[in-house]
Design a protein around this ligand. Sequence first.
Ligand SMILES: Nc1ncnc2c1ncn2[C@@H]1O[C@H](COP(=O)(O)OP(=O)(O)O)[C@@H](O)[C@H]1O
Ligand SMILES: [Mg+2]
Length: 271
Amino acid sequence: MPENTPTPGAVPEGAADGTPHLQFRDVVKKFGDNTVLDDLNFSVSQGERVTLIGPSGSGKTTILRLVMTLEELTGGYIDISGQPLQYTERGGKRVRVPDKQRRRTTTQIGMVFQHFNLFPNMTVMENIIEAPVHVMGLGRDEAADKAEALLDKVGMAWKKDARPSQLSGGQQQRVAIARALAMDPEILLLDEVTSALDPELVGEVLGVLKDIAAETDISMLIVTHEMQFARDVSHRVMMFDQGSVVEQDSPEKIFTEPEHQRTQDFLRAVL
Ligand SMILES: Nc1ncnc2c1ncn2[C@@H]1O[C@H](COP(=O)(O)OP(=O)(O)O)[C@@H](O)[C@H]1O
Ligand SMILES: [Mg+2]
């Protein structure tokens, strides 16, 4: 079982020229009349792990889905290493980035969802090699070797020929993590990856993620209700409510002496 605890320490310095790895600029997201994100600005540096906390319905999943381009921005911009993801500014106008370029940019981003959504009709191995073979054009043998190594890392190599339905929720989620890593993401998005699990299965998944945080420099944007985990892996915690960032600081500061009443109330309710 994994047992590394990453030591976040100092926030990584990031790109030499200071370009954020992920940047939200004046982001607005509406669903009909419902304004979910209201002029949201934040960034994540290269190698930084940022955790988003905040009440249910506050827009955390929407933020991650926008980065995956699973949702369309209503206003503003998201940049990946300074490159526009969905929209760009040209001659003072907001211009849509073509689908092909969007798809190319999103191959650098991996996401693990609350509900594992593995392909049910494929084996564990097939789930993992699917995107590397069909999106990245990797040969099957090479993809399988890599998948085997990743499955080993998440402790699931022994189940490579099983179907998702034959696995526990924790095992499925570990496979989903391996599947996301198989695409060599530079940015990893984690959306409440343990909240659909029985309590006794949470630890094995968080252990795997702590190992990955300790061993890689993948930038991460994490949504979780596991406050100890947030404390262990994050360089920075952002308290988010009603469409904007309430406050952000080191985990020590946020969890021991938050400035804002809304953060204090939220933490009192979840801890
Ligand atoms: N596809 C959608 N269509 C309409 N409303 C949506 C959709 N997705 C999310 N919402 C609304 O956006 C708000 C934020 O949702 P969400 O991002 O899931 O919050 P969180 O992840 O913080 O719980 C909620 O009011 C939710 O009902
Ligand atoms: Mg959510």
